[in-house]
Design a binder for this molecule. Structure first.
Ligand SMILES: CC(C)(COP(=O)(O)OP(=O)(O)OC[C@H]1O[C@@H](n2cnc3c(N)ncnc32)[C@H](O)[C@@H]1OP(=O)(O)O)[C@@H](O)C(=O)NCCC(=O)NCCS
Length: 153
């Protein structure tokens, strides 16, 4: 089984992530790179969302962020930076592994994510990582499909 490493994003790596945000396959689903970059800067500064670099064999290839929605629920968002690695099982793989690691904390019972309803690749990847569809929700940035994975009992 492939093992991924999650490293808390440090300020020194922000230029790398800013460049990733400008890549067309990322902009498609993470629009407005400058706004996204400013938000990630805030996460690194220590707001309520924790940003991570995801690495494989020591090489960072994806970004993941995790926020606490409530006492027992986390919310994830992520993208693969290297377009050559899309659709090869890495997204579902690292998301599943990250969730498994979070569920090791007794207080965490559920993890959610909210892709755009037309992001079929992301929805399929989340289903492969153990998430189920909860339903469509209206948000200030448009409709999303709320998906949730519950801790195995
Ligand atoms: C979303 C993302 C992290 C998923 O990671 P990934 O490694 O590409 O996904 P996986 O390979 O694990 O799984 C993708 C699945 O979707 C399928 N798929 C690919 N394109 C698809 C499409 N257009 N429609 C439906 N399914 C599609 C793949 O075949 C695969 O399913 P399968 O293994 O059953 O064949 C990655 O695609 C990504 O970073 N996308 C760009 C940014 C983004 O969308 N971020 C998420 C915002 S919510």
């Amino acid at each position: 089984m492939v093992a991924y490493t999650f490293t808390r994003l440090a300020a020194a790596a922000l230029p790398l992530v800013h460049e990733w945000l400008s890549r067309p396959h990322v902009v498609e689903w993470w629009p407005e790179p400058e706004m996204q970059a400013a938000q990630i800067d805030d996460h690194v500064e220590g707001d309520d969302t924790t940003p991570y670099l995801v690495s494989l064999d020591g090489r960072p290839f994806a970004y993941l962020q995790c926020a606490q929605l409530s006492d027992d629920t986390l919310c994830l968002d992520q993208f693969i930076a290297d377009a050559a690695l899309l659709g090869r099982g890495h997204g579902s793989g690292f998301i599943r592994q990250f969730c498994d690691e979070q569920f090791a904390s007794p207080e965490i019972k559920s993890i959610t994510t909210d892709p755009a309803p037309d992001n079929a690749r992301a929805i399929r990847a989340y289903e492969k990582a153990g998430f189920r569809r909860v339903g469509l929700q209206a948000t200030p940035w448009g409709r999303v499909l709320l998906m949730q994975r519950d801790k195995p009992s």
